[in-house]
Design a protein around this ligand. Structure first.
Ligand SMILES: *Cc1c(COP(=O)(O)O)cnc(C)c1O
Ligand SMILES: [Zn+2]
Length: 470
């Protein structure tokens, strides 16, 4: 295996704010800068590290896929996240995810044939993209000798953490969830995998605040996406997208925005690839909020908040959060994975938007579920939050910001079976059930419903019904 940047001179943690730039050893556990409280990056001295001259060189790793690090869709790009000692890597075969062209979803979005791609991160071991980041954070936790790891979660981070703990037997998982805002698919994973599950009376934003306090008080390793190592793993989603496109850079990456870790990691990936001369251009980024949890959209598109080359006007954010509190506004959307009003990676994400000439949009629950039904019909299927990417791409196409002949990659962040309640309610013929689950979210119709046909238990009636409906 290649040289590793375990020494501070090859890899270190650094405050993202240019006016601060404080650095910390990779062996330290921290989620913010001591000096100014901002987020941290993992930074590398690329000049002293063995980086391939061409991305294509990574293809050779497939030949060695009987080695666990080459089979992992994260660690076969180890040279591009060289903070980890290969001996300490904890992998469960994450990141073996396909990029699929979809004619059906493409025509729904309004693209020319062959231009719309779906990156299916639902195929990860725990069923969401979170495994890409978890393997990296978990590896760091293992390296520094952590015995317990915690997260607050709308569901998928906890499912992922619980799985890594359960398979590796290296740590105990402690997960914090809000009350009533977690889909059964996700909760069932955490319970099955044996995580200590703490359900607090409050929503995700409350749980997030608590888990930060608890982990610093009890010295538990925090794996939420404020953890900069997680974002290193998530960069590889972009490497795999490029690999699937024969190393050609697409025009657009479209991704749902929750805590904004994924979008931030994508921008870091492209920023580094460009710096290393491994790509010649950077795609544009579209981050899609749900209308019921639209902090990024509000701040960027309505209030003009920008990274501003490292001098963001944080008063704009403070004012908005004070308004949310004064109005007792809580995030509310069917897309539970992005039901977050105070995204922890906001400033990293602003930097990412600047780097990738990005845009932000918000879509309604109705638009999300209709898009989700189209993804389902394409044969992949995803959970509601993931479909925000497709709904957002359609919106940007209609606005003329995405051109029909551009190449668009939508990230499907989580598996269809994560939240079957939403899917079944959408397709149901029972208006009461539809209203109970979806109506309160402002969803009034299911444009692509595939309703079950009700028929009495009688052979002739069943035959008639089949003839009538096929
Ligand atoms: C976590 C998650 C998101 C949001 O990703 P962020 O990095 O928090 O913005 C979107 N979709 C799914 C399915 C998720 O699990
Ligand atoms: Zn700082």
């Amino acid at each position: 295996m290649s040289t590793v940047a375990t020494k501070t001179d090859l890899a270190y943690q650094q405050c993202i704010m240019p006016h601060c730039g404080e650095t910390y050893d990779v062996g330290e556990v921290r989620t913010s800068c001591d000096k100014c409280g901002s987020l941290l990056d993992i930074v590398y001295q690329w000049d002293s590290l063995p980086v391939p001259k061409k991305l294509r060189e990574f293809e050779a790793k497939w030949m060695r896929r009987n080695e666990p690090l080459c089979r992992s869709g994260v660690w076969r790009f180890h040279e591009l996240l060289p903070f980890a000692d290969p001996e300490k890597v904890v992998t469960i075969g994450e990141g073996q995810t396909p990029l699929m062209a979809s004619e059906g979803v493409g025509s729904f979005v309004g693209m020319k044939p062959g231009q719309l791609f779906l990156e299916y991160e639902g195929m990860n071991p725990s069923g969401s993209f979170k495994d890409n980041g978890m393997t990296a954070a978990f590896t760091h936790a293992h390296t520094i000798g952590a015995k317990r790891a915690a997260c607050a979660s709308t569901g998928n981070t906890s499912a992922s953490l619980a799985l890594y703990c359960c398979v590796s037997k290296l740590m105990q998982a402690v997960i914090f969830i809000g009350s009533g805002k977690i889909s059964y698919g996700k909760l069932s994973q955490a319970l099955d995998y044996g995580a200590l599950t703490i359900q607090i009376a409050g929503d995700f934003d409350d749980a997030m605040q608590r888990v930060r306090e608890i982990s610093s008080r009890l010295g538990i390793y925090l794996v939420n996406s404020v953890n900069p190592f997680r974002l290193e793993g998530q960069k590889t989603i972009m490497f795999r997208v490029l690999e699937s496109l024969n190393w050609e850079v697409p025009d657009w990456i479209v991704v749902p925005g929750g805590n904004l870790g994924n979008s931030s990691s994508f921008a870091k990936a492209f920023h580094e690839l460009k710096e290393l001369g491994l790509v010649d251009r950077i795609p544009r980024l579209a981050i899609i909020n749900a209308k019921g949890a639209d902090t990024l959209y509000e701040l960027v598109e309505n209030r003009g908040l920008r990274w501003n080359q490292g001098k963001p006007n944080s008063e704009v954010m403070d004012t908005y959060y004070a308004e949310l509190d004064a109005a007792h506004l809580r995030a509310d959307t069917i897309a539970s994975a992005i039901e977050i009003n105070r995204p922890v990676n906001l400033f990293k994400c602003l930097r990412g938007l600047e780097c990738m000439d990005g845009v932000v949009r918000e879509v309604t629950d109705q638009q999300i579920l209709d898009a989700k039904a189209q993804v389902g019909m394409s044969g992949l299927g995803c959970e509601p939050a993931s479909a925000a990417s497709v709904a957002g791409a359609k919106m940007l196409r209609e606005e003329g910001i995405i051109d029909p002949s551009e190449r668009v990659v939508c990230i499907l962040t989580g598996h269809q079976l994560k939240d079957p309640t939403a899917t079944v309610a959408y397709h149901t013929s029972d208006q009461k059930e539809f209203d109970r689950v979806l109506g309160s979210r402002g969803v009034s119709r299911a444009a692509f419903a595939n309703r079950a046909v009700q028929v009495e238990n009688d052979l002739d009636a069943i035959v008639r019904s089949i003839q009538l409906n096929s």
